[in-house]
Design a protein around this ligand. Structure first.
Ligand code: IVH
Length: 700
């Protein structure tokens, strides 16, 4: 195939595939099989590889993902992204409608729409091509997430028809329940935290760096608003603009109604309050918009939202059911969480049979008794909550729910920290859920990343008595692992959503994979090993700070609470927790064993470079705001290169390092004493750092 033929074939395939994409994802009327589609997509990818000069950013191959976004660029919105005024009652809706009618003083038509429960997105098109997708952010500027948004099939990459040259579509990115359930099921199996609701899952997905993973999670998009200069000259109403957008390839909901009376509007609201449970994605209300652009203009905006629109939020569904019993669960750090077992009841599309009771104070607050009739709600979250007790229905002689005094698993008397509502089981080394929880945390993706040892396998190893602490993992051998077997059930206790039964068996390959992964984990950097140890309050970022400040485990073990609290970002609560952890000889023994096995217990050499002491003997006074450093950061850098910091300018000061907004008094003093005032760039030149123009944010 010559170049010209390739160009033509690429163009034809691109158009055809985009049309099939539209037929499948927007019209839900595919005209070719998945197999045929995949064959054509493969052919296109092949040709684009061979003739990269014809690869267009809007090619259908871009939907598969592959691009990595290292850092999402912050972009200013051309038109601010406003929010909507919320209302929760019919009275508020009636007031809104009457107010509008009074202000406009003519017939008003309202466009009633679904309020999609996801995150808003601004899609910018130039000459019919998607050029940028930006999140809402703070409404004035958001993050450029174009690479990720291109993987969403409902977002057209190239438009067809009579579209304007430059315009923006606003819409919502949602995660359909099907994608959400699949994702959470996989996360449950991998031992990862579950997403609480589809909105959080969609937000988390859109900010992933790997667009291939975004593509796999199958987000969806609905558009509900067009923006451009001169929009009102082109269309008279909001509804017309959306119908036009539909013909260009946008996904516009069919569930819209133009209503003139309050009764019609309430009919729409009431219909969707019930029917929303049949939709494949979440909505949390209804949006009413004045349809006519002329009327919208007459009504105008407040600082935050248009005066011509309002959102009606559905009430969280609630239902009464019986509190049958209470379980007391033991967490990784020994915290006891009471969980209510309820008579199974249908709520917002799922069967609910458990609800968290948080802690003892919560049980006291409602004075819960066994057999009580409780009211349960499901807000946006998947974990239902108890919000009340119907005292009229309490049976005489009902027994109050008492918080346990001893650990329900190991029988150890519980303890409570001063000022905290939670009770703990202090038997951290002998209480099985704590032990298993610590091991599961240790192997987690963000810790030692021993993927081949999912939750079920840890349970099996624990039950077989092979692993009682994280150091035991490194004593595992092929002989010990090979042939072990067990059937396990994975279920989400609260929503009962991701349910899976799996046979865990250690065949030859599994056993070897586990041993390989353990071996590989020996090169996991110190900061992650420190995190993996599972010290209370030492999350990923705290572990990083401690590792950086103290360099190796011996210094962490020997650091006093005072030494630790001197480190930026380390407070007393964290310092005390670290101290308590290492005061326990069993933890020291585990660390020693892990050390002997070759895990990383010190920062890698290049991570703590010995900076050349080029600033030795020089005293700096830092003032103002800097582009690349926080105030503390620049002071630390001075010290790292051998310099000293001082708070006030005197004859002994060698340099005043001035950022933006340096105080005029300081400037005067420096000038009068003849102390040189240097800029951030001068300073960086002194220590040998040079930045590219791009990094400096300068545009020539
Ligand atoms: S219109 C200037 N229409 O709700 C008005 N918003 O609480 C722009 N939303 O930020 C918004 N469905 O993320 C509009 N049919 C719909 C919507 C909708 C969901 C979201 C949107 C907005 C938020 C306001």
């Amino acid at each position: 195939m010559n170049r010209e033929e390739a160009r033509q074939r690429i163009a034809a395939l691109s158009d055809e595939l985009e049309q099939h994409n539209y037929d499948y994802y927007i019209l839900a009327k595919p005209t070719i099989s998945d197999y045929e589609f995949d064959m054509k997509l493969e052919e296109l990818a092949r040709l684009e590889k061979e003739f990269p000069e014809f690869l267009s950013p809007s090619s259908p191959t871009q939907r598969v993902g592959g691009g990595i976004t290292k850092e999402f660029k912050s972009v200013k919105h051309r038109y601010p992204m406003l929010s909507l005024a919320n209302s929760y009652s019919r009275e508020e809706i009636a007031d809104f409608i009457n107010r509008i009618k009074k202000t406009v003083n003519e017939d008003v038509e309202f466009c009633c729409e679904l309020k999609f429960d996801g995150l808003s997105i601004s899609l910018q098109y130039e000459q019919g091509v998607l050029v940028r997708a930006v999140t809402r952010g703070d409404g004035t500027q958001g993050d450029d997430v174009t690479t990720n948004v291109k993987t969403i099939h409902a977002v057209p990459l190239k438009l067809h028809g009579d579209f304007p040259d430059f315009f923006e579509m606003r819409g919502e990115i949602v995660m359909p329940f099907e994608s959400f359930n699949r994702l959470n099921k996989a996360r449950a199996e991998a031992g990862d935290d579950l997403f609480a609701n589809p909105r959080n899952a969609a937000a988390g997905t859109l900010k992933l760096q790997d667009s291939k993973e975004v593509a796999r999670r199958r987000l969806d998009n609905y558009c509900y608003y067009m923006m451009m200069d001169g929009l009102e000259d082109r269309y008279q109403t909001h509804y017309q603009s959306l119908q036009a957008a539909k013909t260009w390839g946008f996904n516009i909901s069919n569930f819209m109604a133009l209503c003139k009376t309050i009764d019609e509007i309430f009919e729409f609201i009431d219909y969707w309050d019930v029917k929303r449970h049949e939709l494949p994605f979440a909505i949390d209300g209804i949006v009413l918009k004045v349809n006519s652009y002329a009327q919208q203009q007459a009504l105008g905006f407040t600082a935050k939202s248009p005066k011509w629109a309002i959102a009606y939020k559905f009430k969280a569904e609630e239902v009464e059911t019986e509190l049958q019993s209470v379980d007391f669960q033991v967490g990784r750090h020994g915290t006891i969480t009471p969980v209510a077992n309820l008579a199974p009841v249908q709520l917002a599309g799922t069967t609910v049979k458990r609800a968290t009771l948080n802690n003892e104070d919560f049980i006291r607050l409602f004075d819960l008794h066994y057999g009580d009739t409780v009211t349960v709600v499901k807000g946006g979250e998947i974990i239902p909550k108890i919000i009340g007790v119907n005292l009229d229905k309490r049976q005489t002689g009902a027994q109050p729910v008492e918080f346990v005094k001893t650990c329900p698993i190991c029988g150890t008397p519980l303890v409570q920290n001063e000022g905290e509502a939670a009770w703990y089981c202090p038997n951290s080394s002998g209480c099985s859920p704590q032990i298993r929880g610590r091991i599961e945390h240790f192997i987690g993706r963000k810790a030692m990343n021993i993927e081949s040892l999912g939750e079920g396998k840890v349970e099996l190893l624990y039950e077989e008595g092979l692993v009682r602490n994280v150091a035991d993992l490194y004593d595992l051998t092929f002989e010990k692992l090979y042939g072990l077997e067990k059937v396990i059930t994975i279920e989400d206790e609260f929503s009962l959503m991701p349910v899976a039964t799996r046979k865990v068996s250690f065949k030859e390959k599994t056993a070897q994979n586990i041993l390989d992964a353990l071996e590989k984990s020996k090169s996991v950097p110190f900061e992650r090993v420190l995190f993996a140890l599972g010290i209370k309050f030492v999350g990923e970022s705290v572990a990083k700070v401690l590792a950086k400040a103290l360099h190796d485990i011996d210094h962490v073990i020997s650091a006093s609470v005072e030494e630790m609290t001197e480190i930026n970002e380390i407070g007393e609560k964290i310092a005390l927790s670290v101290r308590t952890f290492f005061d326990d000889p069993q933890n020291i023994e585990i660390v020693e064993r892990l050390k002997a096995k070759g895990l990383q217990f010190a920062m890698a050499e290049q991570a703590v470079p010995d900076k050349e002491q080029v600033l030795a003997g020089k005293t700096f006074v830092v003032s103002g705001v800097f582009q690349h450093y926080s105030r503390d950061g620049i002071k630390e850098t001075i010290e790292a290169y051998g310099g000293k910091n001082s708070g006030s300018i005197s004859g002994k000061t060698d340099y005043v390092l001035a950022g933006d907004k340096m105080g005029p008094e300081k400037r005067k003093k420096a000038e009068s004493l003849g102390v040189p005032i240097i800029t951030e760039a001068d300073f960086e030149a002194m220590i040998g750092i040079s930045r590219s123009t791009e990094e400096n944010g300068l545009l020539f």
